[in-house]
Design a protein around this ligand. Structure first.
Ligand code: S3P
Length: 168
């Protein structure tokens, strides 16, 4: 089965990908890491040197590479579902799980990590909440197309397994 984890940055997609892949005895991947390996530079460097449009094209292209694979858990980037028909493509390929966290949680987690997130470069602490709130609203129409929508406090491995078993 192909499982795509989607949601805002800071929702723990990579964490859940790792646990779920282990539990399902399948490959776990992180789209951001694959892009960085392919490009031989970090995501902030890609944004800085070539801009977001370039990044989104590279992201969409590498995502399509998963069309060849049969089973995996993939942690996507926060913006992945919102560009190049990626959400529709993922839904055709397998199941999409939206991991959703309240704004407070995102603000708290991301205020420590701004350096690794090019979209947050130049956003000060006061601006972070507004920025994330706007981004989330902008992205909800895409995230809402997910097969499953889970709130952060609902998620545990047992629940994830139950959801997935519905598709077996
Ligand atoms: C982005 C989120 C990042 C990464 C890039 C853009 C976004 O991934 O793809 O910095 O647009 O929200 P994470 O969600 O893994 O942080």
């Amino acid at each position: 089965m192909k499982i795509f984890l989607i949601g805002m940055m800071g929702t723990g997609k990579s964490y859940w990908k790792q646990l779920l892949a282990k539990q399902c005895k399948t490959g776990g991947y992180d789209l951001d890491f694959i892009i960085e390996a392919q490009e031989e530079r970090t995501i902030p460097e890609i944004f800085q040197e070539d801009g977001e449009i370039y990044f989104r094209k590279a992201e969409a292209k590498l995502l399509r590479w998963f069309g060849e694979k049969k089973a995996f858990v993939l942690a996507t980037g926060g913006g992945t579902p919102c560009f190049h028909q990626n959400m529709e493509w993922m839904n055709q390929q397998g199941i999409t799980i939206w991991i959703d966290e309240p704004l407070n949680v995102l603000v708290e987690r991301l205020s420590e990590e701004k350096a690794h997130r090019p979209l947050l470069a130049g956003v000060d602490d006061e601006g972070l909440r507004t920025f994330l709130s706007q981004k989330l609203e902008e992205r909800k129409p895409f995230y809402s197309k997910a097969t499953h929508h889970l709130q952060g406090d609902q998620i545990n491995l047992k629940y994830l397994k139950k959801i997935i078993s519905q598709h077996a």
